[in-house]
Design a protein around this ligand. Structure first.
Ligand code: KG4
Ligand code: ZN
Length: 332
């Protein structure tokens, strides 16, 4: 079965074709980062317009690149939510219109389900059940994944998401938006000089809180007489150490509590090198395994939506075919 996947929930236009026999046939992605950079965040109206401008040419390129004819597609999966309503409407209306013209079904997908299944696109994939750490710009959740469609959220952030904390700290250090990757590159040049708090690290529950960490960075910056590039790098280092240590500890707690040995990491912050290293080292010590998507599938993409669609086809879960978007959709 061939599934076309469409992702337009925020500032990336992603399209992909997944074959349930042969795997991923191809994907294409356009990022709007340059468009929103000047505003320090995503401007919803600009995002929708850019999706409209590019989605058809991108779809054409994907068909050309993969050699797949649109008539060969068996189903269309698209991100129905959560996300920006205007942006979601671009992907969903293309999906529904194309599906109607081809007389094939659509499969509305939860964006976070796409993220948490992304590591299953890799050759070395985990098997159900497992624990997932979902760390993106808007979410920081620990999820007990029992099987497709059965997700129990067992840990969440009480305030800022991990990606948000990276982005806000990056902004305080003058690194632009979104700053997660820039901050992690700067941290590579830093030394272990400053110590920052590790919020909730000693609590046995699986929740997070990162706004205090960001405030601690703000006070640390204010306390510097001369904020040199060297000091900035040391602060970035301290921030990254603190946040990755908290994320790692809570994942270990979750695996212990649920007596599971497999951890899946996904979402944009899953691209963070230090987090990947820490989790790999700490889980190895306990004979646990950690699975990451390839770097390009950590952030938003169409491949994870096409894949989630193919998994949903396999389990023949029924959806109503109403044409709507769900900007605030709970995963559980
Ligand atoms: O999953 P994603 O593409 O979008 C959402 O659904 O939110 O995640 C984007 C987030 C941003 O906050 C970005 O700064 C962060 O992921 N990010 C990183 C890295 N690459 C992206 N954070 C830390 N280290 C990175 N290397
Ligand atoms: Zn995302």
């Amino acid at each position: 079965m061939l599934v076309l996947g469409i992702e337009t929930s925020c500032d990336e236009t992603g399209l992909a074709i997944y074959d349930s026999d042969r795997g991923l046939l191809g994907h294409i992605l356009h990022s709007q980062v340059n468009l929103h950079e000047a505003y320090g965040g995503v401007v919803p109206e600009l995002a929708s317009r850019d999706h409209i401008r590019l989605i058809l040419p991108l779809l054409e390129s994907l068909f050309n690149r993969t050699g797949v004819k649109k008539e060969a597609i068996d189903a269309i999966a698209y991100t129905q939510g959560p996300g920006l309503s205007g942006a979601l409407l671009v992907g969903s209306s293309l999906a529904e219109a194309l599906a109607f013209s081809l007389q094939i079904p659509t499969i509305p997908i939860h964006h976070l389900e796409g993220h948490l299944l992304a590591p299953l696109l890799e050759k070395n994939a985990p098997s159900f059940p497992f624990i997932a750490l979902l760390v993106s710009g808007g979410h920081t959740q620990i999820i007990h994944v029992k099987k497709i469609g059965q997700y129990e959220i067992i840990g969440d952030t009480l305030d800022d998401a991990a990606g948000e904390a990276f982005d806000k700290t990056a902004q305080l250090l003058g690194l632009g938006y979104p700053g997660g990757q820039a901050l992690s590159l700067l941290a590579e040049k830093g030394k272990p000089f400053f110590e920052l708090p590790r919020p909730l690290i000693h609590k046995k529950d699986l929740n997070f809180s990162f706004s205090g960490l960001k405030t601690a960075v703000l006070y640390l910056i204010r306390a510097q007489e001369n904020l040199t590039d060297e000091i900035k790098a040391d602060i970035a280092f301290a921030f990254q150490e603190a946040i990755t240590e908290v994320l790692t500890k809570k994942c270990l707690h979750a695996l212990d509590q649920y007596q599971l040995k497999q951890l899946v990491v996904s979402g944009g912050v899953g691209a963070n090198k230090q987090l990947r290293q820490k989790l790999t080292t700490e889980l190895y010590k306990k004979n646990y395994e950690v699975f990451f998507p390839r770097l390009e599938f950590c952030t938003d993409n169409g491949a994870m939506i096409a894949f989630a669609g193919a998994m949903r086809l396999d389990t023949s879960l029924k959806y109503d075919l109403a044409f709507s978007v769900k900007p605030r959709w709970q995963l559980a």
